[in-house]
Write a protein that binds this ligand. Sequence first.
Ligand code: NAD
Length: 424
Amino acid sequence: MVTLVPVHRQEDLNPFDIAQSQLDEAAAILQLEPAVHAYLREPVRELHVTLSIRMDDGSSRIFKGFRVQYNDSRGPTKGGIRFHPEETIDTVKALAAWMTWKCAVVDIPLGGGKGGVICNPKELSTNELERLSRAYIRQVGRIIGPEMDIPAPDVYTTPQIMAWMADEYSIIKGQNQFGVITGKPLPLGGSKGREDATARGGLYCVREAAKVLDFDTQGATMAIQGFGNAGQFAALLGPELLGTVTVAVSDSQGGIYNPDGLNAADVIAYKKQHGTVVGYPNAQPISNADLLELKVDILVPSALENVITSENAHCIKAKIVAELANGPTTPEADKILYENGVYVIPDFLCNAGGVTVSYFEMVQNAYGRYWSEKTVHERLNEKITNAFHAVHDRARNLQVHNRLGAYCVAVSRVAEAVQLRGWV
Ligand code: NAD
């Protein structure tokens, strides 16, 4: 007699498998032509580079890096560069795919790309970081350019790193080429309003979500996982734009919680001084896992992928999940959240403010004319509000969750461009 042993199926957490399975679901709904579907499942180009860096102690260290151009049917590819010790080619491919859908969902004339270097920037000196940034551009410089592929900041890369990269590319070309990269400091052609654009765009989405859900954001509680560029600005701007109260924030070392609210500026100053939010006075410690399950109105994942999975999705108590991070929710978790009535604002809509203002930066660089902060905010607001309602309406009409609605809006635009160009 055969004894049956129960097998616990492991959820597939490979980000590129997830990106492909999300596309597959949308392709089925859209009844995409099989060849178009197959074409959109893969990046058109990927480059692997090996970088040798002279360290401050005179030794040499070897780093691996990538640049992926996923699809450029609607315009040059665009996407950030991540410096992270756990970077993988599959993460970069997934992020490049999501960039493609992101640019399409906000309807800007760009395709999707992404780059990364496997490194821990926290262990590098400023000089080593500069040498690494410049070496990366010397290798990927042959496939990027203002009309080809335009990088930007992402996790653990900063405006200063963008400045070194723009400078290195300009040296290679023998002339200033600031349009090769966005997220630059203002004196080098950066755009006003770029710094807080990702969080601002996400909060505009929350504002619109609150309208369709008939929910008042004044005094609504918010928990933020990840306290970097995206998370810090969400905490700072939430009270100003929506009247929210941030009760918990976290970073890679842990989190802090105060049900009466945290002062964002104060916590940012503390993190600047101590390198982490952990230990901040007037708050109790909380783990990253527990933060996600807090009973708050708005949960804002702003760190990395795969934090809401089939394991913990049942425990999410927030009314709205505003995904500033890329890929924080797995497909199985998506279904659970939808069934439980949690309103998810999917990543490539919720965090599209960053690339939208990066696109504004490209336009300003091309014309050599710079806009006021007010103009940037107004144009961002218009783009994000339109995109939000296109997604919400599509999801409601199809009776699917918002991520699938967003995929249907974005994929149909990219598929149309691919077919109009006669590629498939
Ligand atoms: P960042 O480097 O400024 O901040 C990342 C934050 O996440 C840091 O506080 C870090 O401590 C924290 N973190 C890292 N690992 C963690 C872990 N295991 N648990 C909890 N916290 C952890 O990066 P960012 O630019 O704010 O990006 C955050 C997310 O937002 C990423 O998914 C990124 O792709 C996405 N995003 C950023 C932008 C942008 O304009 N910066 C645009 C679109 C999407």
